[in-house]
Write a protein that binds this ligand. Sequence first.
Ligand code: UDP
Length: 238
Amino acid sequence: MTDPVYRRVVIKLSGEYLAGQQGFGIDQPTMDRVADDLIAARRLGCEVAVVIGGGNIFRGVEVSSRGVSRTTGDTMGMLATMMNCLALEATIERKGAAARTLSAFVMPEISELFTRTAAHKYLAEGRIIVLGGGTGNPYFTTDTTAVLRAAEIGAEAVLKATNVDGVYSADPKQDPSAKRFDRLTHSQAIEGGYKVMDATAFALARETSLPIIVFSIAEPGSIGAILRGTGHGTVVAG
Ligand code: UDP
């Protein structure tokens, strides 16, 4: 078996992807497939932490114009990420692998609090750790969370799993002339204003010298391919 290119990674999954064709909530066949890919990645010998978004359930910014404050809306969005985490943890464990959800805020009946010590302990035990609640602060995204947690736990890369196979100059689904990049620096990604990830996430990755690999999760096995160095994605680094 080929050794993985990275020994420890944070994988960012968008909540939206988990909704599958139904467009809202959790599509269990999609969740099952993602869990299979994560378990296969773990079996390659890589330590795997997962950050999940909440866009399939709730996004704070969407309610902030409708009478609920942005901070309350963002708190609701962070709680939405927890639902996805619990569903992913349960799916991974049903398949016979070990997972552990760690939350950004205290909710002892539901999940242990994220600390670096807890994260390292569960990774060393071979568990897939599932990190919920975003950063625990409003006005941030789960993309930024993925970079933050990667820096905190000493991951070697952030794998941003999305619907497209890399960073494009425009949305390739709307603009067929959009140019795909194989490689970008963090500064180029920020200056280009590419929508695939927010500028705060790229800026923190630049500050912490973390590579981000943007790739499509739609192809089964794509996480493993990125980890073996044979995948197809845009590398944002240096
Ligand atoms: N969120 C937040 N702080 C964080 C991370 C997330 O307030 O550190 C909230 C925010 O409202 C966001 C929602 O949680 O819209 C869901 O996260 P995100 O939009 O990143 O999910 P995704 O688009 O990846 O599904």
